[in-house]
Structure formats: C-alpha cells, structure tokens
Design a protein around this ligand. Structure first.
Ligand SMILES: O=C(O)CCC(=O)C(=O)O
Ligand SMILES: [Fe+2]
Length: 322
C-alpha cells in the first residue's frame, strides 16, 4: 500500500463559474463568501483559462528549469525576496528547518513589459502576457464577488489590485534521494508550512500531479486532491487582515515524496494577487471578529500592525528569507 493512502483528503468547495447564469450573481457571491470564510481554499472550474494554456505554462516551467544552466539561472538570482530566480533551499516558508527543496522564478508584470527577464521568457513573452492578463481577469471576477459580499462597491477590491504587486511564480520541486519514511519523518520539505501573503493565490498544477499539497484544517493535515485543469484558489494574509479575520488565510505546505509514485519532478504555478503598495489595510466590510483579529495580530505581526499593503508584504517576506 502506498504510504500516503492513509492520509485523509479534504473535499475543498468547488465553484463552477459557468453554473451561475444571468440573475444568479447573488448565488455566486454567497458561494465565494462561504468558501472564503471556511476553509479559505476552493477549486474554480470552467474558468476562461484553457486546458492548452495550462498545459503550456506547465511545459514552459519544465523546459525553463530543465534546459537552463545553473550559471544562467544565477544571473537572474532573486536578491530582494521579490522577483527573479530562487535556488534550492533559498526559501524557508515555515521559517524553520533547512530550507525548501524547490527552485523557482518570480515574474512581475513590470519586468515582463520591460524585457527584464531571461531569454527563455522573452521567447514566450506573448504567451506569458496573455496568461497574466487572463489570471487577472479571473481574479477580478472573484474580487468583485467578494466585494459585493462584503457590502462594498463591486470594484472596491479590484481597484486596489492594479497588478503592480502581482507575481507569477514558476516552481520546480526535484525528486528526492530518499522518500520520506513515516517511521523516521524527514526534516526536509518541498514547501514548509505557511500562509500566503497577498489577497488571493491562484494555483495551477499539472493534471498528472502526483500530490504533496496539504492544507491544515482544525489542526489536521489533509491532502488536497488535484482535479485536472481547475484553479486552486486560496485567501492570503492581506485579505484576512483587511477583513479583520472574516476570511481565512489557511496554512498549507508541500511534502517531500512519500513513496516512489510521488517521487518525480513536480511543477506548480501560483499566481499571487497582491494589493498595490500604497493601499491602506484598515479593516473593511463589517462582521470581522475583533478577537480573531487580535489573535491574528499577535501570531503573525509581533513587530506591530502594518498600515499599507507594501509594509505588510515586506514584514511577511522578511520572515521567509531570514
Ligand atoms: O506548489 C504548490 O502546490 C503550492 C506552493 C505554495 O503554496 C506557494 O508557493 O505559496
Ligand atoms: Fe502557498
């Protein structure tokens, strides 16, 4: 039996965007609000990003990581915690341990526009532009629904996410020498437990993904099953903070392979939707639970309360690269 077959799976809510006809916007708002509050993770189905486009972004990541020399990758080394290449063990998402077993490339719209990117990216610039544009459109649909659900103008949230801080990230998790042994758990991890920093994350994985992504719900780790070509959405810390804890930024991680079937290269593509630098994150909407907010402040912001989205992001990045 595979080592991971005993791990419970969690059925995340599934939101089929095509199932809300005209006049059914209220139902979409209700479903988005419910998923945002709990568990803070959901699948989005029948969105506008095609199967071909998802296959293509995964293949692009695979080809970049496989065919680019270390020397070439290092020329684009991320030194600020923001854009560029991160090597194996550079990032420590949980803040503990030996560093995550992954390499990645963080891409901003600005760098894409200015061709401040590796040659492999320039060659696919048109596609990458289109992919980012589509991600933003899908994100805006969700941001509109959440704004309405919060009792705000429909464009309240989208107008604060111009895209200047959004990041498309290509991630490669290489196979490991020894798979994790349930009796002697490895200290290694592909992505340490963390919550995301921004407002929303949209995650794309290969339809043939073998697993490893887990969410922490009520102190139990659950595997997230992959439903091919869906987008896995989750709420990030900025939106949790901004709504005084009404929405939930759920902790998640990626385990090192637990058996031979999982022990292969894994590629994943998160698109991080982050509020513009100067946005003031004072609590919005109504209904946030002040005791929950105080707990969030204590746990995640011991250095004090950030006021702008820029400060918020910096304070979260610092703990990842220190
Ligand atoms: O690779 C994955 O499945 C998740 C990655 C992730 O959580 C992140 O980069 O924030
Ligand atoms: Fe994450």
């Amino acid at each position: 039996m595979a080592a991971n077959s005993a791990t419970p799976k969690f059925d995340l809510p599934l939101i089929d965007i095509s199932s809300y006809g005209q006049g059914q916007e209220d139902r979409l708002v209700e479903d988005l609000m419910a998923a945002g509050k709990w568990p803070g993770f959901f699948y989005l189905v029948n969105h506008e990003i095609s199967h071909d486009e998802i296959d293509k972004i995964i293949n692009f990541a695979q080809s970049y990581f496989k065919n680019t020399s270390s020397k070439e990758k290092m020329k684009w080394k991320n030194s600020s915690g923001d854009t560029g290449y991160t090597d194996l063990r550079d990032e420590k998402l949980s803040g503990l341990g030996n560093g995550d077993l992954k390499e990645s490339y963080y891409l901003s719209e600005e760098n894409l526009k200015k061709n401040n990117i590796p040659a492999e990216f320039v060659a696919e610039k048109q596609f990458l532009d289109l992919f980012v544009t589509k991600c933003k459109r899908v994100a805006n649909t969700v941001l509109h629904g959440l704004s309405v659900g919060l009792g705000l103008q429909p464009d309240f949230l989208s107008s604060k996410h111009s895209g200047e801080r959004n990041r498309l990230r290509l991630i490669h998790y290489p196979p490991v020498e020894a798979v994790s042994d349930p009796d002697h758990p490895s200290l290694d991890i592909r992505a340490g437990q963390h919550s995301d920093y921004g407002s929303l994350t949209m995650l794309f994985v290969s339809p043939k993904d073998k697993g490893g992504l887990q969410v922490l719900i009520d102190n139990t780790w659950f595997d997230v099953p992959i439903i091919p070509y869906t987008i896995i959405f989750n709420i990030g810390d900025a939106l949790e903070f901004w709504t005084a804890g009404m929405f939930r930024s759920t902790v998640h991680r990626v385990l090192i392979p637990r058996d031979d079937s999982e022990n292969r290269d894994r590629y994943s593509i998160p698109f991080f939707v982050q509020p513009d630098t100067d946005v003031i994150l004072s609590p919005i909407g109504s209904g946030g639970d002040i005791s929950k907010f105080e707990r969030i402040l204590k746990e995640k912001y011991p250095g004090g309360m950030p006021t702008t989205a820029g400060e918020h992001l910096q304070s979260r990045i610092r703990t990842t690269y220190s």
